[in-house]
Ligand binder design. Sequence first.
Ligand SMILES: Nc1ncnc2c1ncn2[C@@H]1O[C@H](COP(=O)(O)OP(=O)(O)OP(=O)(O)O)[C@@H](O)[C@H]1O
Length: 260
Amino acid sequence: MIDVHEVHKHFGGFHAVDGATLSIAEGSITGLIGPNGAGKTTLFNVIAGVLQPTSGKVTMAGEDITGLPPHDLFHKGLLRTFQIAHEFSSMSCRENLMMVPGNQSGEKLWNTWFGRKRIAEEERALRAKADAVLDFLTISHLADQKAGEISGGQKKLLELGRTMMVDAKIVFLDEVGAGVNRTLLNTIGDAILRLNKERGYTFVVIEHDMDFIERLCDPVICMAEGKVLAEGTLAEIKANEHVIEAYLGTGLKHRDKVGT
Ligand SMILES: Nc1ncnc2c1ncn2[C@@H]1O[C@H](COP(=O)(O)OP(=O)(O)OP(=O)(O)O)[C@@H](O)[C@H]1O
């Protein structure tokens, strides 16, 4: 579905991504792991159009999408979740979902003059969709709560919910587990699995929590020093010599995280 070919991203003389080549299969939940500074987030940002690559190519279903801006990718169904922006934190969770850009007529001045009835109908439909998304994510009780007042884990669920307001095909999640308690992390995991199975979403997940990766991801791709080191099931990755060496180089803390 997504093919990344020999992508480089340099910051000055520093090669954050150094010739990464990988494929993301349609319908998969692909895990992207690697020690701190391996280049995972930078590669995500290149694929998602947030950063221009220094060189290399990214295709989606055979179409060259290298360097396309995020809003163009958004319309193609490629989404990267972002933290809820500061300016949206005083809006309710439901409103945050309803804000996701779509094809609302209300956005066009012409329609605000001539299509009031239609706008009201669309608003009702949008609200119903937002409520269905909140229900799916088991956070209906937060509908009227301000996004700035919910917990970190609940925010992650809301970010995932934003991808459900449009017809996402592939969603990139960067460290959804960071700072999230185990119960909420399980809820997030359940939502990802259901979106994958029931709605055909493809996911690419950067995560340091190996239990989370183990539960959700196959295959797992391991990066180090800007390159792809290995790909396989988590068990294969854990047994891979190069992977162990890469984690060892960053100290015991990370070796433990890989579970060796
Ligand atoms: N805008 C930038 N300018 C300069 N260096 C950068 C920039 N963005 C990232 N880097 C560097 O590129 C390297 C890769 O960073 P990146 O965030 O992609 O790694 P990562 O694998 O996602 O790490 P982590 O797991 O810690 O999030 C790091 O050494 C980082 O300091």
